[in-house]
Design a protein around this ligand. Structure first.
Ligand code: NAD
Length: 263
């Protein structure tokens, strides 16, 4: 196989994307569909999922709260049955969680962030790994972490705690599953342009008593390339990890962030 051929996403991959109806997850799902994959997306937002499936009638999907194990078990079972197996799990779903000082955070908000961002990763892995073991098509997991999974993030402690934990989970699992040929990597997006980042900047501006424009300038000043990344940049990395060119990449926390220097 030539180097260029190695860089192509093989056709017909069976892919499950959590939180795949909107944002980065939808861009990843769309990338896989364009590459001729079978794609199953699950999302808590029924309206967004309907919209996604109307735009992509070939995609499969169901409403699921990833923070509940029964929902994860059901989604994985249905996906593997409908696609006759599973080659790629993209554990993408995540929420920003609350913004505020540690003593101002409410325990239910902390717990919801842990459930959605971290426990969900465990639930989907627990049910998907048996299918990945049987794949035989360069199977792998992408665990969506964040630049907040390699840097401290004041006033976003629940979020940062989940995103660092995802890196530990990934590193351990890559060693555990490597001998069986299953790869596990984390992708760490930086500041991704889009509605979610608009909300994050607005919440942080409010927490710090700044206006939105000043807050946005502060964000760009922390990035070596002085620009945000796009959802397409993240999706391209996830698709690359599905190619033969990435067959020996596992156990890595891969940043796609223009080099965020601090948060
Ligand atoms: P988003 O809010 O635009 O989209 C997230 C999707 O997940 C939505 O469709 C939402 O409905 C779904 N979702 C939320 N809670 C869910 C639940 N309990 N069950 C099922 N689905 C649920 O967010 P995004 O920016 O696309 O973020 C995707 C991932 O990337 C997250 O894990 C996030 O932490 C990570 N990330 C994002 C950025 C960024 O700047 N946008 C930066 C670093 C990391």
């Amino acid at each position: 196989m030539s180097i260029i051929q190695r860089l192509l996403v093989p056709r017909g991959l069976k892919v499950l994307v959590t939180g795949g109806a909107a944002g980065i997850g939808a861009t990843i799902a769309e990338g896989f569909l364009e590459a001729g994959a079978h794609v199953y997306v699950c999302d808590i937002d029924a309206q967004a999922l309907d919209g996604f499936r109307q735009r992509h009638p070939d995609a499969l999907g169901a409403v699921a709260d990833v923070g509940r194990e029964e929902a994860a078990a059901h989604a994985v079972g249905e996906a593997a049955q409908a696609m006759d197996g599973l080659d790629v799990l993209v554990n993408n779903a995540g929420i920003a969680g609350p913004t505020g000082g540690i003593d101002a955070l409410a325990a239910p908000d902390w717990e919801r962030t842990i459930d959605t961002n971290l426990n969900s990763q465990f639930y989907f892995l627990r049910h998907a790994v048996p299918h990945l073991r049987r794949s035989g098509r360069n199977p792998h997991v992408v665990a969506m972490s964040s630049v907040a999974g390699r840097l401290g993030y004041p006033f976003r402690t629940p979020y940062a705690a989940t995103k660092w934990a995802i890196v530990g989970l990934m590193k351990s699992l890559a060693a555990e599953l490597g001998p069986e040929g299953v790869r596990v990597n984390a992708v760490l997006p930086g500041v991704v342009a889009g509605p979610r980042m608009d909300r994050v900047i607005a919440a942080r501006a409010q927490a710090l008593g700044l206006d939105d424009t000043a807050m946005r300038e502060q964000y760009l000043g922390k990035i070596s390339l002085r620009r945000m990344v796009s959802a397409e940049d993240i999706a391209a990395m996830v698709l690359f990890l599905s190619t033969a060119a990435a067959a020996n990449i596992t156990g890595q926390a891969i940043s796609v962030d223009g080099n965020v220097e601090y948060l």
